[in-house]
Ligand binder design. Structure first.
Ligand SMILES: [Zn+2]
Length: 558
């Protein structure tokens, strides 16, 4: 039999079920060309053209090699040559490309093993459709197929390369096949696509590239994280609406260059909010200087703030600038401003009014360009009333007021904050502690946090140090948190000892008496609802429903 006699009907069979196709005895599937085109596109886009070419060339190669083996024994070939030259015919019968051998008398050098024109290459068509015109030939799997087939049929390393290709704008694809020796140096650039090593090398370099990109990404992330750690107190964690409002207000007021007074209990993170305001302000490039006014005795605080001249007082061996000057062009944050002495209040007022400072022991002023942010846990209006704080200073400081709610009023922040603090502590102490038990979570939510975020941070640090397992247990927590009882309902301010004055009781409705009684029992059981429901002789669900109704009543009252 000769190659030209190969016909599709001799090679292609459909089995009796109609679901299994065979070509030259091997199972085949019909895939539409577009699907293959999309696969090629995906490979090029995900791994680059080089890797895609390698994969498709190898795919074609093994396809060609296998079919050469498959038809060698099953068909009665006239001779070896007919079998060898059947590859092109098979290509055509498989619908991949129309093959026409060329006899080129003009060609110099030894006659190639294969020289053919390819028409209607499905591969060039798909490449053009999905990826557009290429700079180099694109019939990669066809070349692979021809190379694989001829290598199997001749027992030599044969490489088929396209001289021209429709995929790169030529009018026709032309393929040449030679052995490696015949090709000489010319084949070198093509070899990598045929070698498995090449694919591995390509993938390796791709992997290296990915690794490098990942490293760069990690570095950027780390930098960003470090930056946010210092400058963005979203590290403050604001899941609660109350805190989100504070952050929004802080960011809005940041751009207005006025003094801001921050109210909040100890440990709520006033300095971090001040830092946020500075970082979002036009002064962000300038320094952010913070001092806790309650931490220093009056005289020391004064010399810290204002600076001093040489010999201004005993021990002033050389002149030094104060913090007002150090904050030049930036922001000075005065924490616990409510603690400063009346004398210092006067001096501070003068700085705010005149924007000048005078170092201790000097007799001339220095201009300062700073924004003053201050904070306090005290009610300064009350301090003004009591005569402890200057009213004019207060009005200078509180052009804008920000109130940071205590932690117990923003329950939504407690667990996310606890997790963040746990993670920080685990990293700092290099301990493999990753979580806490549900019982710990319950107690964290029950506890009232008088020391706020700072207390939570200390508690988590301690727990990380004490934890024996990777998960923090209740007994790793400070006692007061471990023992914390259920919070009394903060939204039920009407809980008060009932008046048993019968004269007034006759004025009440039954519902009012019932409410009073229920709240009194709750009070007696220290807000233990199960116990209260038992004493009242009602179901727990009924109790909850009634409490909820009382709560809503309270909210509706003017
Ligand atoms: Zn081509």
């Amino acid at each position: 039999m000769r190659a030209a006699q190969l016909r599709l009907e001799d090679l292609f069979e459909v089995d009796s079920t109609g679901g299994i196709f065979r070509f030259a005895g091997e199972r085949v599937v019909l895939l539409d060309a577009v699907a293959l085109g999309l696969l090629r596109t995906q490979l090029v886009q995900d791994f680059g053209e080089r890797v895609a070419r390698g994969i498709l060339t190898r795919l074609g190669y093994s396809h060609g090699w296998r079919i050469a083996e498959a038809i060698r024994e099953t068909l009665p070939w006239d001779d070896q040559h007919e079998w060898q030259s059947a590859g092109g015919r098979l290509h055509r019968l498989k619908g991949m490309v129309r093959f026409e051998p060329v006899q080129d008398a003009q060609r110099k050098g030894p006659e190639p093993l294969a020289d053919a024109l390819w028409f209607d290459s499905y591969e060039a068509e798909q490449h053009l459709t999905h990826l557009g015109q290429s700079k180099e030939p694109v019939c990669w799997s066809l070349c692979g197929f021809a190379s694989g087939y001829l290598s199997a049929a001749t027992g030599k390393d044969v490489y088929c390369i396209e001289e021209s290709c429709v995929g790169c704008g030529d009018s026709v694809c032309r393929m040449l096949g030679r052995t490696r020796e015949e090709w000489g140096e010319e084949i070198e650039p093509h070899l990598p696509f045929y070698e498995k090593d090449c694919l591995e090398a390509s993938l390796r370099s791709l992997r290296d590239e990915i690794k490098q990109t990942e490293a760069r990404l990690r570095a950027t992330k780390k930098k960003l994280k470090e930056k946010t750690k210092d400058t963005d107190p979203s590290g403050l964690i604001a899941q609660s609406q109350a805190m989100q409002q504070v952050l929004q207000l802080a960011q809005r007021t940041a751009t207005v260059d006025t003094p801001i007074l921050i109210y909040g209990e100890t440990g709520v993170g006033k300095e971090r909010i001040a830092q946020l305001i500075h970082d979002r302000s036009p002064r962000q490039a300038g320094p952010f200087v913070a001092i806790n006014c309650a931490a220093l005795p009056d005289q020391l605080l004064e010399s810290e703030l204002f600076g001093f001249d040489e010999g201004a007082f005993t021990g002033a061996s050389h002149a030094r600038a104060g913090l007002f000057e150090a904050a030049q062009g930036g922001t000075l944050f005065l924490d616990e401003i409510g603690e400063i002495s009346p004398a210092l209040q006067v001096r501070l007022l003068r700085v705010l009014q005149e924007r000048k400072v005078r170092r201790l022991g000097e007799n001339h002023d220095r201009p300062v360009d700073i924004r003053i942010l201050s904070a306090t846990h005290r009610d300064l209006h009350q301090a003004v009333q009591a005569g402890h704080f200057r009213e004019d200073l207060l009005y200078r400081l509180r052009v804008i007021e920000l109130h940071i709610p205590p932690l117990r009023e923003r329950a939504d922040d407690i667990l996310p904050l606890a997790r963040a603090k746990l993670k920080e502590a685990a990293q700092r102490f290099q301990r493999d502690v990753t979580d806490f038990t549900p019982a710990v979570a319950r107690q964290l939510l029950r506890y009232t946090w008088p020391g706020n975020v700072r207390e939570l941070q200390n508690a988590m640090e301690r727990a990380v140090v004490f934890a024996e397992e990777t998960c923090i247990d209740l007994h790793d927590m400070p006692e007061e948190i471990e023992q914390a009882k259920t919070k009394t309902l903060p939204t039920l301010p009407t809980i008060k000892p009932p008046s048993w004055d019968t004269t007034s009781r006759t004025q009440q409705t039954l519902a009012e008496i019932e409410k009073e009684h229920i709240l009194a029992v709750l009070h007696h059981t220290q807000n233990n609802k199960t116990e209260a429901a038992k004493r009242l002789g009602i179901g727990i669900a009924t109790l909850f429903r009634k409490l909820k109704a009382y709560q809503e009543e309270t909210l509706q009252e003017p």
